[in-house]
Design a protein around this ligand. Structure first.
Ligand SMILES: [Zn+2]
Length: 433
């Protein structure tokens, strides 16, 4: 029987994490079920304020004889690893057979909007899927969304290989040789991506903090990720590793488009509008731009860390732009924190141009409104001349700096690679142990 299990918000007190738990589950489940796909690691709306860290949920797709037994096993591993000390509400959703359309719809909405738990619980009850949870079951949203996501109509996906530390190293600094990451990246790119911020010479693959992850390598082909792992030098044992199929690096969180009047808090989306006032540089070097779609306006903030603040200061009233990012409620109304911007149309800027002296040919100096005077021969005249200033702002989409990337951001180097047809079959060794 075909069985899908999603889980989320598992305990991360003292550094557990949902993907680590998944690797423990896969190891134990292998004897009882056949995996039909890599575990799905699904990142949900990154703009939700009370999300689990990284807002990731995991789903498994297996063929098994005794689904109850399999669900019990998964729930047991989740419960065994629940300390009760963190804020987590571990939750599990199990679906036998095909995924109901309602659940696919939840997946898409959980990526772009804020979905209340009560609403999700109601939908799950209606379609009669199994739910198990601790406390309020806040993880149900992610658990359900993870199951439906790659079954819905989004076709793009990538892979991530995650390596984990032996518990005795948890909390200690990670010692990975930077040069080996660079060698790996140069050898395998563009089929692996978002490994290094070359401008800052900083690896992006390393995890930080107390969680058990050493590093994660992202790419379009599972077998290349295994090769990449072999090339990276780590000065501690790799306790376990596993490959996930994921929606990371696809930019899918910015697919939703809305008109400004219907935008809601915490939406992730793309909006098109005309600049209605000159950009304002605010405290911290961030830049505020107001756009209108003819019906309503919204403030867009270009944060300094995204390095998009520079282009934002060059935008002029009248320009037509497309901005993508997350919507936050602020005192003065909703604002969009920009992750990507595309300048669709630039207004023509005409500037007054000082005339050339008709007598001696020198450039004349302005002496007040429309009055010009030649410095050399003192000839003066009232005169107006204009010239068109060429702006040449880039027409391609501009993305935030790699150090500000979110898990879902499609890195620049992956543009175009999404059209690869990937077989998506399991390679022989996709996890250890
Ligand atoms: Zn002159």
């Amino acid at each position: 029987m075909l069985l899908r299990i999603g889980f989320d918000d598992t305990d991360h007190y003292k550094g557990g994490c949902t993907t680590y738990l998944c690797s423990l589950i896969v190891e134990r489940l292998e004897k009882k079920a056949t995996f039909l796909d890599y575990p799905h690691l699904i990142r949900l709306n990154p703009n939700i304020p009370f999300k689990t860290r990284g807002n990731a949920a995991v789903a498994l797709k297996v063929e098994c004889e005794d689904p109850e037994d399999v669900v019990d096993l998964v729930w047991n591993v989740i419960s065994e690893n629940y300390s009760g000390k963190g804020k987590a509400d571990p939750s599990l959703v199990a679906i036998k057979g095909e995924v109901p359309e309602e659940v696919k719809c939840l997946s898409m909405r959980a990526l772009h909007e804020f979905l209340p738990l009560s609403y999700v619980a109601r939908v799950l009850k209606k379609v009669n899927v199994e739910q198990r949870f601790i406390k309020r079951g806040r993880g149900l949203v992610g658990a359900a969304a993870a199951i439906g996501f790659l079954e819905s109509d989004f076709i793009d996906f990538t892979y991530e290989l995650l390596t984990y530390r032996n518990p005795e190293f948890w909390g200690k600094p990670r010692r990975v040789e930077y040069e080996s990451i660079e060698v790996m990246d140069r050898a395998l790119r563009p089929y692996v991506f978002a490994n290094i911020d070359y401008k800052k010479k900083r690896p992006l693959i390393l995890s930080h903090g107390p969680d058990p992850v050493i590093y994660g390598i992202r790419g379009d082909f599972p077998s290349l990720l295994v090769e990449a792992m072999k090339m990276i030098k780590v000065y501690e044992p790799i306790d376990r590793w596993i490959i996930f199929k994921t929606n990371q690096c696809t930019g899918v969180h910015l697919f939703m488009r809305k008109k400004i009047p219907v935008i809601r808090p915490y939406d992730s989306l793309t909006v098109r509008g005309i600049i209605v006032q000159s950009p304002i540089v605010i405290k911290g070097g961030h830049v505020l731009v107001k756009i209108s779609d003819g019906e309503k306006t919204i403030d867009c903030v270009f944060y300094k860390k995204t390095r998009l603040n520079v282009i934002a200061t060059l935008i002029k009233p009248g320009d037509l732009i497309e901005v993508s990012g997350g919507v936050k409620p602020r005192r003065r109304g909703l604002t969009l924190n920009v992750e990507e911007v595309k300048i669709i149309q630039q207004v023509i800027v005409v500037e007054k141009k000082p005339p050339v002296c008709p007598i001696c040919g020198t450039k004349m100096k302005s002496k007040g409104k429309n009055l010009y005077r030649c410095r050399r021969c003192k000839y003066s005249a009232e005169f107006v001349d204009f010239e068109i200033r060429h702006r040449n702002l880039p027409k391609y989409p501009l993305k935030q700096a790699p150090s500000a990337y979110r898990h879902l951001t499609k890195p620049r180097e992956r543009e175009g690679l999404e059209s690869f047809i990937k077989k998506g079959v399991l390679i022989e060794r996709w996890h250890y142990p």
